[in-house]
Design a binder for this molecule. Structure first.
Ligand SMILES: Nc1ncnc2c1ncn2[C@@H]1O[C@H](COP(=O)(O)OP(=O)(O)OP(=O)(O)O)[C@@H](O)[C@H]1O
Ligand SMILES: [Mg+2]
Length: 147
């Protein structure tokens, strides 16, 4: 079972590729359909940021475990201009791009369970995000049994 994948991002076409890889791994890891959609949307945003601000980079997908939790980890990495003020970049509505809506990063954070940015001006940016699979089978079992 391939639980790690890497997609190079060099053009907007690779955004589709990254989404596809992320979806496939999330499905393989047993994520519910709605979670798969959210994961794919978050991947789109960080991949698009690589294309728009750094021109090129890579996204690494990995299945992760923490105790009984299983999840997906997505690392989007580039050696582009970096982000000077991460707190400001995370604010909804902040954008340095013409017509940018400034919702990509805060949106991705909202869609995922864990989200971190590491960046140095002139050196590049690394966004690390994780989502944990809901144990839907377990929850449903309890709901059906009334507790
Ligand atoms: N990989 C990156 N490298 C350099 N700067 C980045 C990177 N990703 C985001 N930024 C900076 O953070 C800002 C906010 O990013 P965010 O994705 O939230 O919004 P946006 O890209 O401006 O607009 P939207 O994603 O809504 O189209 C960007 O305008 C840009 O200045
Ligand atoms: Mg963006």
């Amino acid at each position: 079972m391939a639980s790690e994948a890497r997609v190079e991002i060099t053009s907007s076409l690779d955004i589709v590729n990254a989404r596809r890889q992320g979806r496939a791994l999330a499905q393989e890891l047993g994520f519910a359909g709605s979670d798969v959609t959210m994961i794919a949307a978050a991947i789109s945003e960080v991949a698009r940021n690589i294309v728009e601000y750094a021109r090129q980079g890579e996204i690494i997908f990995e299945g992760v475990e923490h105790g009984k939790k299983r999840g997906i980890k997505i690392v989007a990495r580039d050696r582009g201009p970096g982000i000077r003020n991460i707190a400001r970049a995370m604010q909804s509505g902040y954008s340095t791009r013409d017509n940018g809506r400034g919702v990509g990063l805060p949106g991705a954070k909202w869609l995922m369970d864990e989200f971190a940015i590491e960046s140095k001006p002139g050196r590049g940016t690394t966004v690390t995000m994780k989502k944990w699979a809901n144990h839907l089978g377990y929850q449903n079992h309890h709901r059906i049994n009334g507790d």
